[in-house]
Design a protein around this ligand. Structure first.
Ligand code: ATR
Length: 277
């Protein structure tokens, strides 16, 4: 059996098993399986070793809170080093990469969202925001970061300039960021608005929502967030985060199996898992 899976703490609500196991079935990969592995933070290194040496795992996805913690135990590629987080490990060569970056980029492209020379506001300064700023800046967007805690945004940008050579990105207040001319895209990388807090939005009350701007919300539960409704009410397009989740999974699937991922199958499986869970 070729085993792969997801390590995190906790990992109970993940839809990744449904998505990957549907993909294995669709390609007739009956000897592959995707499983959840709950590993507490203090034994991450041992957990990885056990999965690889005793469990016979080929690789794993990595989620909260381990994305940074696994870095010393794998060979991170340039992208993982730049973002400072690994979300996919291949035990066969012990390499670590970050498929959130190509997953996010592919989903922006799938929705026809242009980036080169566009002004983009990123909300948040955690792990997801790091992947977003790196992706957007490399695609030629002019990025401004807004975060509840300004210092955390400044630390993130200092790290990204050192590790990834990302320059020219500034941290501002939401007011300042919105006043800039020609904002075309707002990306939510905070968890605000995620189920069950569905009535919340990272958009601060009292700041007028810019008209005709596209919102990309990395939140995928619910499928339509309050922030997305605010964008639509202001005449803009709104895209939820399910596509990024599916496409980061598809990129990991391709690393492990060496086969093109059945992305549509993974989409359908992810949607039904969200509906039933
Ligand atoms: P992830 O790895 O998913 O990015 P994270 O590292 O915990 O998660 O980052 C969460 C982000 O959501 C942070 O930018 C956080 O803001 P702070 O840096 O100020 O903590 C933001 N966030 C979480 N809850 C928030 C809230 N209620 N209002 C505004 N921002 C919030």
């Amino acid at each position: 059996m070729n085993r792969v899976g997801l390590i995190g703490w906790p990992v109970t609500h993940s839809i990744s098993p449904a998505m990957h196991n549907a993909a294995f079935a669709a390609l007739g990969l009956w000897d592959w399986s995707y499983e959840l592995a709950a590993i507490p933070p203090d034994i991450v290194r041992q957990g990885l070793r056990t999965l690889r040496d005793e469990g016979g795992f080929i690789g794993v996805n990595v989620t909260v809170p381990h994305k940074q913690a696994v870095m010393p135990y794998v060979k991170p590629d340039d992208r993982a080093r730049a973002v400072g987080a690994v979300n996919t490990i291949d035990f066969r060569d012990n390499s670590g990469t970050n498929t959130d970056v190509p997953g996010f980029l592919a989903d922006l492209q799938a929705h026809g969202i242009a980036l080169a020379d566009r002004r983009v506001i990123v909300l948040g300064a955690g792990g997801a925001a790091r992947a977003a700023v790196y992706t957007l800046a490399r695609a030629g967007a002019r990025v401004t970061v807004v975060n509840r805690t300004l210092e955390k945004a400044q630390v993130m940008l200092a790290d990204l300039s050192l590790s990834a050579g990302v320059w020219g990105v500034e941290a501002k207040t939401l007011d300042e960021a919105v006043e800039q001319a020609g904002v075309s895209l707002i990306v939510n990388c905070t968890s605000v608005g995620m189920w069950p807090q569905v009535d919340e939005s990272p958009w601060i009350d009292g700041v007028p929502f810019p008209r005709g701007v596209t919102v990309y919300d990395m939140v995928y539960r619910p499928a339509v967030t309050r922030l997305m409704r605010q964008a639509e009410a202001a005449g803009g397009q709104a895209v939820g985060g399910l596509g990024m989740l599916v496409r980061q999974g598809a990129a990991a699937f391709e690393i492990w199996t060496g086969q093109p991922a059945p992305v549509e199958v993974m989409f359908e499986a992810a949607k039904s898992a969200l509906q039933s869970g």
